[in-house]
Design a protein around this ligand. Structure first.
Ligand code: CA
Length: 231
């Protein structure tokens, strides 16, 4: 074979491989993906531009559920757009948002910061809002039971809250914003919300063991006088 032709074929081969790898990098998402860990950086999160005055957010080295840092957020009473992250223009993050099936967020509340009073109540989180090419306003309620989300302020609480994300169309998003919504009412003194380990997930995770046990054997009678199993 002509050496010139041979070297051209080799060069073409490399170019084709490079294009294929490049397309692979663009085409495939990277789930699960942590989009809020706040390890020495705000990870692109901010007080939502539409939040009421008095809303604050900062990275702190306390109450982390992943790494050492969390996002300490103070918001006004009642339903509030507190903090948000705008993905617009980030093709990789938009691809992940387009494919994500769930969003999970860890929230910690500290009893020493709050005084609930007689009728006050708080939730670890109220809901999330997704704004993207599909809709400017998708309010998504937690899939987690409200009993796990609500808080009476009597003891510190850390809870992982799950949101099921509806299919986002069109698949190639150009705009994407996630807003965390807080809610508390009638408290004497309000404290902070500590968010951490906000992550997008693909296929749903398996049920928790206790939920699986409930659904598999809902009416199983107790077995009286069963001898203790050897350990
Ligand atoms: Ca963290």
């Amino acid at each position: 074979m002509n050496m010139n032709l041979k070297s051209r074929i080799v060069v073409c081969g490399f170019i084709c491989l490079a294009i294929t790898l490049g397309l692979a990098g663009i085409s495939y998402g990277n789930l699960p993906r942590v989009i809020g860990d706040w390890e020495d950086s705000n990870d692109g999160w901010q007080v939502d531009p539409e939040a009421l005055s008095g809303t604050t957010a900062k990275v702190v080295r306390e109450n982390a559920t992943s790494g050492n840092y969390s996002y300490k957020v103070f918001a006004n009473p009642e339903w509030q757009k507190a903090v948000s992250r705008d993905f617009s223009g980030d093709a990789n993050l938009l691809a992940d948002l387009g494919r994500a099936k769930q969003l999970k967020v860890d929230v910690t509340l500290k009893a020493k910061e709050w005084s609930m009073g007689a009728t006050g109540w708080a939730k670890a989180i109220e809901c999330i809002i997704i704004r993207d090419d599909k809709s400017d306003w998708q309010q998504i309620e937690p899939a987690t039971d409200q009993k796990e989300i609500s808080w009476d302020g009597s003891a510190d609480k850390t809870v992982t809250v799950t949101f099921d994300i509806p299919p986002q169309t069109p698949p190639n998003l150009t705009k994407g914003i996630i807003i965390l919504i807080t809610n508390y009412q009638d408290v004497n003194t309000a404290g902070n919300f500590y968010f951490d380990n906000v992550r997008l997930l693909g296929a749903a995770e398996p049920s928790q063991p206790k939920e699986a046990a409930k659904s598999v054997e809902p009416n199983k009678p107790k077995e009286p006088n069963k001898p203790a199993k050897a350990k």
